[in-house]
Design a binder for this molecule. Structure first.
Ligand code: GLP
Length: 241
């Protein structure tokens, strides 16, 4: 079921999302958190870093699994999602680096890496709270619009529209990796709670499919209608207002 929290602006979306992560950590200090990248959660990470710095929350016993990583990419490449997480969050909080996980962007055998990633999540007890953003084309993680979607963590081809949207983080579009490792829909749906962050008018179309109760493989975010506990935190533009 989708619950909706409409916020006035990006700052409020970031604060509300951080409050939910903070409440999860207060209730269960050893929570397993699923994290996302992209521009949208940057404000939430800044709020969480501040909360942690000021002693309101602690990640000391928490463990994290990110949704995805480009493939191939080395973890210290400037545009890797590992680097993004280090810069936006991990280096700014009290988490044990050994408890932070992203798919290995240099795995020799991506299929085995996907299986291993899902096994690690299961061994950690499953994801308690998954933070999600949404691509302009409706992707979640890097589960791109397609006729066939995949259950487990896997290596996937990025669509031209995602390569173009994400090229803003790279020196040029040519440098965007053409593939990525991503949690599959089953991995994401295994999370007990999900918060979906959406800001800006370019997210209004995928969000409209979700809110219309549609189940479209050409708009993977709409499938969240099947999850029992999703909170959409959106600004008015993403709500199409
Ligand atoms: C990327 C990530 C997604 C993210 C999406 C939206 O492609 N793989 O997890 O949700 O982009 O990004 P942004 O928040 O920058 O719009």
């Amino acid at each position: 079921m989708i619950r909706i929290l409409v916020c006035e602006d990006y700052a409020e979306v970031s604060r509300r999302a951080a409050d939910i992560v903070a409440a999860q950590l207060s209730g269960k200090p050893d929570s397993v958190l699923g994290f996302a990248t992209g521009s949208t959660p940057e404000g939430m990470y800044a709020e969480l870093a501040r909360d942690c710095g000021e002693g309101r929350i602690s990640f000391a016993r928490a463990c994290t699994f990110n949704l995805d990583e480009y493939y191939p990419i080395s973890s210290d490449a400037p545009c890797s999602y590992r680097r993004y997480m280090e810069e936006n969050l991990f280096s700014r909080i009290d988490i044990d680096p050994a408890n932070t996980h992203l798919p290995n962007g240099l795995a020799e055998d991506p299929e085995a890496e996907g299986k291993h990633y899902d096994e690690m999540i299961a061994a950690a007890g499953g994801i308690d709270l998954q933070v999600l953003g949404v691509g302009r084309n409706g992707h979640i993680g890097f589960n791109e619009p397609d006729e066939v979607l995949i259950l487990g963590t896997h290596c996937t081809k990025l669509t031209p529209s995602t390569i173009s949207a994400n090229s803003r983080f790279f020196a040029s579009e040519d440098e965007v990796p053409k593939r990525a490792m991503t949690m599959g829909l089953g991995t994401i749906f295994g999370a007990k709670h999900i918060i979906l962050l959406a800001t800006g008018a370019e997210k209004a179309e995928p969000i409209s499919h979700l809110l219309a109760g549609e189940l479209r493989t050409d708009c993977p975010v709409s499938l969240l209608n099947l999850h029992p506990d999703v909170l959409l935190i959106a600004d008015r533009a993403a709500m199409g207002e």
